[in-house]
Design a protein. Structure first.
Length: 154
């Protein structure tokens, strides 16, 4: 099941995977293969899968699926495999906290905050793409900082 609403989720899970990219989806499938029955994948994006949409070149999936796929094709195939294993996926959601009793505080855009009990948590948040503006701002800060250094004192 894939949903953006916490109302459709169970109150407890064997494993909660934070991050719906390739690593998180594979971790969920591996947890099920290791014996976990109830698994939830939490993704902050509207669609799980995690491969950058700009990755249209082929080469993804050679090891896992035995064929060359583009980034979006790989993400879709990984998500479909996860759903075929009857693993719950919640999108547009954020994990705010994990306490000592392994309660996961989950924030969804539709239902607000809810608590889920779990036996284990896997952190697979991966990376986040930076758009052009933050990259340019970072480069400008580096240039300004390096221009203030007195290289004769080094």
């Amino acid at each position: 099941m894939i949903t953006s609403s916490s109302r459709h989720l169970r109150g407890s899970y064997d494993v909660v995977v934070v991050g719906g990219g390739p690593a998180g989806l594979e971790a969920a499938v591996a947890a099920q293969a290791a014996g976990a029955a109830k698994i939830l994948v939490v993704d902050r994006e509207a669609e799980a899968g995690g491969i950058l949409l700009q990755c249209i070149h082929s080469g993804f999936g050679l090891h896992r699926f035995g064929e060359a796929l583009t980034g979006p094709e790989y993400a879709q195939r990984a998500l479909m495999q996860t759903l075929e294993h009857d693993i719950d996926v919640v999108t547009d959601a954020y994990v705010l906290d994990i306490d000592e009793q392994r309660r996961v505080k989950l924030l969804t855009t539709t239902d607000g905050i809810s608590l889920l009990d779990t036996r284990a948590v896997v952190l697979a948040m991966g990376a986040r793409e930076r758009t052009r503006a933050p990259r340019c701002a970072f480069q400008a800060r580096v240039r300004r900082a390096s221009s203030r250094l007195d290289w004769r004192s080094v």
